[in-house]
Design a protein around this ligand. Structure first.
Ligand code: BF8
Length: 657
């Protein structure tokens, strides 16, 4: 492994110490991606194939064109991504229902105010009703959103009126979350939909069911059950592991289990038990989006992002890696066997050969979590030599959309007015969401850090989620001091509000918070009528997962320009490439483009922001225009004043005082 693989010094250090551990970086080096699949030119939808549409072959055995094949492959990826997010949302609805009925152990409704807000969105009466009664109805209505046969996903009415009309006129208003995913699977079966544009239209519909349905419900229900995030401090990277404590890593996505493990890790009886095994305590850390869930609400430190998962085991210091669903590499099992780590699977949906399966059941949630933590403690005496790198960074996280509103006016006057005014004045050039994964084909964290640094320097206020957020955090980008790297205008705004220029808004399902933020910005006034008027972009710097494609499609359908710093996965079809870019732009105002050249991608993002500013009639962004106020200038002025004041007295007078 070399510096070509990662810019994370902690990952490089651990890789050097555990030479014998085969990692994702090694496998990526020895396994070239299939060039046919990479461009969506392989069709394996029926047993007459698989057909490889390369060279002079432009049609499959059934006659399917390259455009049809590319659109089908893309659509199935969106369906898988939407299904993953939305199934997560469904499980939270079942969890809320069980909590409301008093059938669970250890949970309670932590944000009653949010329960009432969500009940309002879902049309559920709250007056004179108890919290469990409201929660039961909220959970019931949430569940209906997945499988209803008539009507639409309820949350579409949270979009701007103009956006709702666009969806209705185009016929992409999602009916029910599951239905749109099923329809993609049907339409892409052999011999059904053979019009690329029509297939791609269904992608928008299914993705909207994810963004404005499954994911948005997942975010809201998590907030109700576990609390709506507000800013808190923590640390990040492999250096958060501890040499003298039992280290438990939670990895995956669903907060139901990890919330209970947070509680179990502070259980006095378990802490005492850990001491009997020679450990000073129990140290909990996270990987991937589970890390983001417990970071946002409890300040539990992330040990790393997607590409750090095997290296965490390579430290030799992890007693248990507890996984649920999504983004968990099968190779963890081999890595765990090479060390003393217990890999514990917990979801009936996701078992891994070689792992210990300790199934999680929310009806006995706390007992399950305690059993898992106890197993980790029992494993502590088996620990051998450790290589924990002394590398960690401070961070601030916890910027829910509610808090972003609150920080712009307090409890009673919260709004998006100051943000909109700053964009209008040109202090903030525009807004960006930098989201998504790591990918072993890209130097780990390099695109994430490069893109965010450039955006900030150019006065673009940036929100981050998922592994991009963890990537940013590892290099100090989530510290308020990072505002020193920002352009003068953005820095003034950050100082005035007291925020870092990069705001961590949560896990991947919490990209739904970005939809809410953009809608609130559009509704606040001054930046057009709808999301596609706002000078904003969405960027996925190191795309890996199908979920990222679903996120991209729902952001596009909501009116955002989305750029992936990656090779075009539908590059085999110029027609499909055009349809998801200019084609979608003409239909919904947003577009999706792939550009593996990071410099060119940054330029496209800034050009788009400037074009939107121009269309709104806003002043052209000028880099040196602001910066005539701010803390640094005030400090300089005070220093000057003190020096001059000293000059008014003699030294003897001053020392006599
Ligand atoms: O859902 S960012 S690698 S962990 S897919 Fe996976 Fe990508 Fe990370 Fe979270 Ni999102």
């Amino acid at each position: 492994m070399s510096t070509q693989n990662s810019v994370d010094p902690a990952v490089l250090q651990v890789a050097e110490c555990c030479d014998g551990l085969e990692t994702v970086f090694d496998r990526a080096a020895s396994l070239r991606p299939c060039p046919i699949g990479a461009e969506s030119l392989c069709c394996k939808m029926c047993a007459m194939g698989p057909c490889r549409l390369v060279g002079k072959v432009t049609r499959g055995v059934c006659g399917a064109t390259r455009a049809t094949v590319a659109a089908r492959n893309f659509a199935r990826a969106v369906a898988a991504g939407a299904a993953a997010h939305s199934d997560h949302g469904r499980d939270l609805a079942f969890a809320l229902l069980a909590v409301a009925k008093g059938e669970t152990q250890g949970y309670r409704i932590r944000d009653v105010e949010k329960l009432h807000t969500v009940a309002g969105y879902l049309g559920i009466k709250t007056d004179g009703r108890s919290t469990p009664e409201i929660a039961q109805d909220v959970a019931g209505e949430a569940l209906d959103n997945f499988g209803r046969q008539r009507g639409h996903v309820t949350y579409v009415k949270r979009a701007t009126p103009k956006r709702q009309r666009i969806w209705q006129d185009l016929g992409v208003t999602p009916r029910a979350v599951d239905r749109e995913i099923v329809e993609i699977m049907h339409r892409t079966h052999m011999g059904v939909d053979q019009d690329a544009e029509n297939i791609l239209k269904q992608c928008l519909r299914a993705a909207l069911g994810d963004g404005w349905g499954g994911s948005m419900l997942a975010t809201d229900l998590s907030d109700i059950l576990f609390g709506t995030p507000s800013p808190l401090q923590s640390r990040v990277n492999l250096g958060v592991l501890k040499d003298d404590e039992v280290n438990v890593i939670v990895h995956g996505h669903e907060p139901t289990l990890s919330e209970m493990i947070v509680a179990a890790s502070t259980d006095p009886k378990l802490l005492a038990y850990a001491k009997t095994k020679g450990a000073k305590g129990i140290n909990l850390a996270g990987i991937c989006c589970t890390a983001n869930e417990v970071l946002m609400r409890h300040g539990i430190p992330p040990a790393g992002n997607f590409l750090s998962q095997e290296l965490a085991i390579g430290t030799g210091a992890v007693e248990a890696m507890v996984v649920d669903v999504q983004c968990i590499m099968q190779a963890l099992s081999t890595a765990a066997q090479a060390y003393h780590t217990k890999l514990i699977t917990t979801s009936p949906k996701a078992k891994i050969e070689g792992a210990v399966h300790m199934e999680f059941d929310e009806h006995h949630a706390y007992d399950c979590a305690k059993n898992i933590v106890r197993a980790a403690i029992d494993n502590y005496p088996n620990r051998g030599q450790t290589h924990i790198p002394g590398i960690r960074e401070e961070l601030i996280a916890g910027f829910s959309h509610e808090y972003i509103g609150y920080m712009q006016g307090g409890l009673y006057r919260h709004s998006f007015r100051p943000l909109n005014d700053a964009v209008i004045a040109g202090r903030i050039r525009g807004l960006a969401g930098v989201v998504g994964c790591n990918n072993a084909r890209v130097t780990h964290d390099s695109n994430i850090t490069r893109i965010i640094a450039e955006l900030i320097k150019n006065d673009v206020l940036t929100v981050v989620t998922g592994c991009a957020a963890t990537g940013a955090a590892k290099y100090g980008y989530l510290r308020p001091e990072f505002m020193d790297q920002a352009g003068a205008g953005l820095k003034e705004v950050c100082e005035a509000i007291g925020i870092p220029p990069v705001l961590h808004v949560g896990s991947c399902v919490d990209n739904s918070r970005i939809l809410t933020i953009l809608t609130q910005v559009a509704t606040e006034g001054g930046l057009g009528e709808d999301v596609d008027d706002i000078p904003a972009v969405g960027i996925c710097p190191e795309y890996m997962s199908e979920k990222a494609l679903s996120i991209a499609a729902y952001c596009v359908a909501t009116g955002t320009y989305v750029l992936f710093c990656a090779p075009n996965p539908v590059g085999g079809s110029p027609e499909v490439t055009e349809l998801i870019s200019k084609g979608w732009e003409s239909q919904v105002g947003g577009k999706l483009e792939f550009d593996p050249d990071v410099d060119s991608l940054i330029q496209k993002a800034l050009d788009h922001i400037d074009a939107k500013r121009k269309a709104l009639g806003l002043a052209e962004w000028e880099p040196g225009r602001f910066g005539q106020s701010g803390d640094a200038l005030m400090e300089e002025a005070l220093e000057r004043y003190e020096e001059e004041a000293v000059g008014l007295y003699s030294v003897s007078e001053l020392s006599a005082e």
